[in-house]
Design a protein around this ligand. Structure first.
Ligand code: PMV
Length: 332
């Protein structure tokens, strides 16, 4: 089917969910309990080089220049999905780097698994369709399914047991509604509880979990309409509501999952006062303490200045909306 020693490099960008994903209907296949809607960022990148090499006895993973053992099993298991399709057993060396902090709530797993899926497809010459790549990326991390596409993206929960209907589709191109995202970095430390573990704990113990899942389809429909109509205010309301409902579920998890720090709350308050003055901005926060402020383009500079002035904000990054995961090079 393909010659061994094939290699490829792919690039992918993280995405930020506006309608959040927090809960699975099947942990083994990583199937989400509800859909989600996201924007893919332009300014943050994961670049992954993958080489299948018959001389290797086992998979090797180098993340941000450091040899990894912690993630090798998971990444090897993910690559097995591609090896099975190519009917090979050849081990691989994976070198992946992020130009942003890893594991601190900036969706590095989304761009990481999206880049690896595209690189594996390229290196093994599988020629998979985008929705298949999205489905496979999902197996690495639920949010990675969305980073296969650029701009505004919707992830379907699906209802088939085998997960063949749980993949993302593009909703609107980045250029069609060029929003800006300002990210306030409030710590560079890795988070204490991964999304995967946190989600499972919420599902098991949070008394609000069922109600949370029941709100998602309505929020998704509202957000989808808002995106297609480019209605910023409508998107702002539903996105903040989805974010806060997810964090309420996290807080009610036993023991509580508190992903925020003091500066996270200060950023929320700052964004609320900017909104009161009529600035086009809203906030969203994932399983980490960073605050993502989604802005109309004319508001981005003012929002960045305001967030930069907050005690505890270590850095501020700005990004437009970007492209989906793509192959950069393939060689023998
Ligand atoms: O795909 P995961 O396992 O990294 O989970 C993502 C969870 C959130 O970032 C909190 C929400 C989301 O939809 O991205």
């Amino acid at each position: 089917m393909t010659s061994p020693s094939m290699q490829a490099t792919a690039c992918a960008q993280p995405n930020i969910a506006l309608v959040k994903y927090w809960g699975k209907r099947d942990a083994a296949l990583n199937l989400p309990a509800a859909g989600s809607l996201s924007i893919t960022l332009a300014a943050l990148h994961t670049r992954t080089h993958l080489r299948f090499d018959p001389a290797l006895a086992q998979d090797e993973v180098v993340l941000n220049g450091r040899r990894e053992s912690e993630h090798t099993r998971k990444i090897g298991g993910f690559l097995d999905l591609f090896r099975a399709r190519a009917r090979i057993e050849t081990r691989a060396r994976i070198e992946s780097g992020n130009d942003f902090p890893t594991g601190a709530g900036l969706a590095s797993s989304a761009s990481g698994f999206a880049a690896l899926a595209v690189a594996a497809d390229g290196a093994l010459a599988l020629g998979l369709a985008k929705h298949e790549l999205s489905m496979l990326a999902r197996r690495g991390s639920g949010s990675a399914a969305r980073s296969i596409f650029g701009g505004f993206v919707e992830m379907a929960a699906g209802d088939r047991d085998d997960g063949t209907d749980a993949f993302a589709t593009p909703l609107l191109d980045a250029a069609a509604w060029p929003l800006e995202v300002v990210i306030a970095i409030t710590t560079r430390e890795q988070k204490a509880t991964s999304s995967r573990d946190g989600m499972q704990a919420s599902q098991r113990t949070s008394p609000y979990y069922r109600d949370w899942i029941a709100t998602v389809p309505g929020d998704l429909a509202t957000a989808r309409d808002a995106v297609l109509a480019r209605d910023f205010e409508k998107l702002a309301h539903v996105s903040e509501a989805s974010c806060m409902a997810m964090h309420a579920v996290m807080l009610a998890t036993r023991p509580a999952l508190i992903y925020w720090n003091g500066a996270t709350l200060a950023c929320i308050q700052c964004i609320r006062s900017l909104q009161a003055e009529g600035t086009g901005v809203f906030f969203t926060i994932d399983a980490g303490p960073q605050v993502k402020a989604v802005c109309l383009p004319q508001a981005a500079a003012r929002v960045a200045d305001a967030l930069r002035g907050i005690d505890g904000v270590e850095d501020v990054l700005a990004s437009g909306l970007g492209e989906g995961a793509r192959l950069e090079t393939v060689s023998a």
